[in-house]
Each structure stands twice: as C-alpha cells, then as structure tokens.
Design a protein around this ligand. Structure first.
Ligand SMILES: Cc1cc2nc3c(=O)[nH]c(=O)nc-3n(C[C@H](O)[C@H](O)[C@H](O)COP(=O)(O)OP(=O)(O)OC[C@H]3O[C@@H](n4cnc5c(N)ncnc54)[C@H](O)[C@@H]3O)c2cc1C
Length: 359
C-alpha cells in the first residue's frame, strides 16, 4: 500500500489522555492490521490505506489524530474507526469532537435510504429490487452492503454524522442490521437487486423476516459497500452455499472473457439451481444437501494435481464449512493468504454478523 495523494478532505481530533504514547501504540497495533504504518522524521506515525491517511501526533496531555482522504466516505470511515478504537481502549468517558470536513449533523456519505420497488420469489430467495439516489460508490470496492432493517410499522429516522465521527441515531437505538450482496447494480437507473434467503431458522430473524413482509414502497437503510475486490488471476475456484450464491452470480456476470472459473454451489436440491450467465469459461457444480453433498467434501476431493498454476480461491458460506476449506487451501493446496478470499457468511445457531475467523 502506498500513501495517497492528492488529498482533499481533512478533519482533526484531539484525544485527552494521561498516556498518549500508550494510546497511540494500541491504535497502531489495531489499525495497522489494515493499514500501512510509517514513522516520520518528526516522530509522527502515518497510517495509510485505500480509505486515506491519518497522522498520529503526541501532544501535551493527549493524542492528535489528523485524518485526510480524497473521498468523503473514506474520511467518514477513518473518523468512525478511530473513534471506535479510542473508545474501546479505555477512553470511554472522553467526549470526542472532530473538527473539519464532514462535521456533526452532516449526512453519512456511506449511507443511502432505499425504497423497495419490486418483490419476487426466486426459489427460496426473496428477490428485492431497491431504488435510491447516487449509487455510484456502491458499484466499486466490494459486493456487499449492510441493510438497516426497520421494524414493522416503525417510521425509521436515519443516522447522521455524530460529533465523535460515529453514526448518531436521533431516536437512540439503531434497528437490526444484516449483511447482503448486491446481486446486480444499475447505477444509471439507481437500482440494486438483493436475493435474501428465507433460511430454515428464519422465523423472527430480522433479515429473513424483513424479506418475507417486504412490499413495494417500504424503506430500508443501506451502508457500504464492503468486501474489497477479487484479486486478479487466470483461474478461480469459488465455493458458496445459498448465501454466497448472489455473489457468485454477480462475479460471474462481471468476469471478462478469458478467465476460467470452477464454482461449487451447495443448495438444498435441484429447485435452487439458477442460470448464471458469464463471459468467462465457467464450470458450475451444484451440490445437493438433500443427497449428502457438501462444499467441504468437494474441496477435499480436489488434490494438488487438479489445480491450475495461478489461481484464487473465493468462498462465502457457513462458518464451519469455511474453516474446513480454509485449512484445505492452506495445508494441502499450499495457497498463500493473499490468494484466498474465504468468508464466513453465517454461523449455525448464532444470529447476526459476529462470526470469528478462528482459523
Ligand atoms: C458478506 C456477506 C454477504 C452475504 N450475502 C447474502 C445474500 O446475498 N443473501 C443472503 O440470503 N444472505 C447473505 N448473507 C448471509 C446473511 O447475512 C445471514 O444469513 C444472516 O444471518 C441473515 O440474517 P437473519 O436476520 O435472517 O438471521 P439471523 O438473525 O442472523 O439468524 C437467526 C438464526 O438463523 C440462522 N441462520 C442464519 N442464516 C442462515 C442460513 N443461511 N441458513 C440456515 N440458518 C441460518 C442463524 O444461525 C440463527 O440461528 C451474507 C453474509 C455476509 C457476511
């Protein structure tokens, strides 16, 4: 990662602290996992990533954090990440106040209110078409969004930027949020499509329940995008259950000719199959749970001799299956981590998004 320039938007935060050096060390330790860090001649620490740049300066009685980005959303994310970490590292009682661009009360640049315009049943999915303004940023940098799902009958008020850089919810508690994939996005038409699975344990679950009751005219909040881009390779190996299928559909639809993809998709039975158009040379293997087929068994059946020389593995599936395929990729296929994009999309028996990647 290289330090970004030119930089246009800037904001500053002073964090009072009895031990600013210790606070800075913890920030660098945590944020440095996702950002490149370097120390300047003056002793400041610079953290840079695709979001932008932050400069951490020790001052009398505290730490100054100066954030810069070319992109309003990049700046907003840096401010939020820094505030979250500062509050987590024992500064919980401190009132944080950013000055500069994207001040308190301004719209969150990574948030859109979306309106349901169509609902269709596609196998066990509810396909929602959502319409919103200014969706350009949702077409790049990742396939996934977080949907903020208002409870039935509630006229939801949406968040704005808080004084501390984090979302501020005018009514207090935020509604439940769940992560979904933009299966299709049409920026010019201001339209996205999301396939939401009505999964077996869905009764009362916020995501599936919202899908089940959705009607044209309903509104939902959307933040993102996230997930990053697929690394470049000649060959790809995809693994997905139903929750990863929308991402497989979109990646195949957007993949240029000349690439080769082998995709393994685990679904309940034949009724869940979908047509997945692609310009790439795609070979899709449908695995039916009803017959005992599993993603991890398909991965175990692939030996090193079956693999192309330069390939990337992508996967979105249940936590345990992901773990088994991750181990296979590292231990047997000897794949380096930068060639791996395997994510836990849900975890059996656990609601929400907190799936730890305990590899
Ligand atoms: C990056 C990413 C992209 C995703 N994209 C999609 C997508 O495009 N479409 C989609 O449908 N899902 C997608 N998911 C998965 C989705 O976020 C989860 O399935 C989520 O748990 C659904 O929320 P919920 O409120 O319906 O259920 P929760 O309240 O989270 O869970 C309630 C119960 O249902 C169980 N459960 C959750 N999901 C499933 C499942 N798939 N099968 C069986 N049981 C389940 C849980 O273990 C829990 O016991 C994605 C997840 C991630 C991380």
């Amino acid at each position: 990662m290289t330090i970004q320039e030119p930089v246009r938007l800037a904001a500053t935060l002073f964090v009072p602290s009895p031990d600013p050096a210790a606070l800075r060390a913890r920030l660098v330790e945590h944020v440095g996992r996702y950002a490149h860090s370097e120390t300047t001649a003056a002793g400041d620490i610079l953290l840079s990533s695709e979001l932008g740049l932050s400069r951490l300066t020790l001052e009398a009685g505290g730490l100054r954090i100066a954030a810069e980005s070319r992109d309003p959303a990049g700046l907003a994310y840096i401010k939020m990440i820094m505030a979250d970490h500062v509050l987590e590292f024992g500064q919980a009682g401190v009132a944080l106040h950013w000055t500069g661009a994207g001040g308190a009360g301004s719209p969150l640049p990574f948030f859109r209110e979306m309106t349901v315009t169509a609902v269709a049943m596609v196998g066990r999915f509810l396909r929602l078409t959502l319409r919103g303004n200014d969706l350009g940023r949702f077409a790049e940098g990742g396939l996934h969004v977080r949907l903020l799902l208002p409870s039935e009958g509630v006229a939801q008020r949406w968040p704005v930027t808080g004084d501390d850089g984090r979302p501020f919810w005018p009514d207090g508690n935020p509604p439940p949020a769940r992560v979904y994939t933009l299966r299709r996005i049409d920026v010019a038409a201001g339209e996205v499509e999301i396939d939401m699975l009505l999964h077996a344990g869905h009764h009362g679950a916020p995501g599936a329940a919202f899908a089940e009751r959705a009607r044209a005219g309903d509104v939902v909040g959307m933040t993102g995008p996230g997930g990053g881009d697929l690394p470049e390779a000649a060959d790809y190996l995809f693994f997905a259950d139903e929750t990863g299928l929308p991402a497989v559909a979109r990646m195949l639809a957007e993949m240029p000719a000349g690439r080769r993809v082998r995709a393994f998709v685990e679904v309940e039975d034949e009724a869940d199959r979908q047509v997945l158009p692609s310009s790439a040379a795609a070979e899709i293997t449908w695995l039916y749970r009803r017959d005992g087929a599993r993603l991890e068994l398909a991965a175990i059946a692939i030996g090193t001799g079956d693999l192309p020389p330069d390939f990337v593995v992508w996967g979105g599936m249940e936590h345990a299956a992901r773990r088994a395929i991750y181990r296979r990729a590292i231990d047997t296929w000897n794949l380096s981590r930068d060639r791996l994009r395997l994510a836990s999309y849900w975890r059996r028996g656990q609601a929400g998004e907190d799936h730890h990647h305990d590899d």
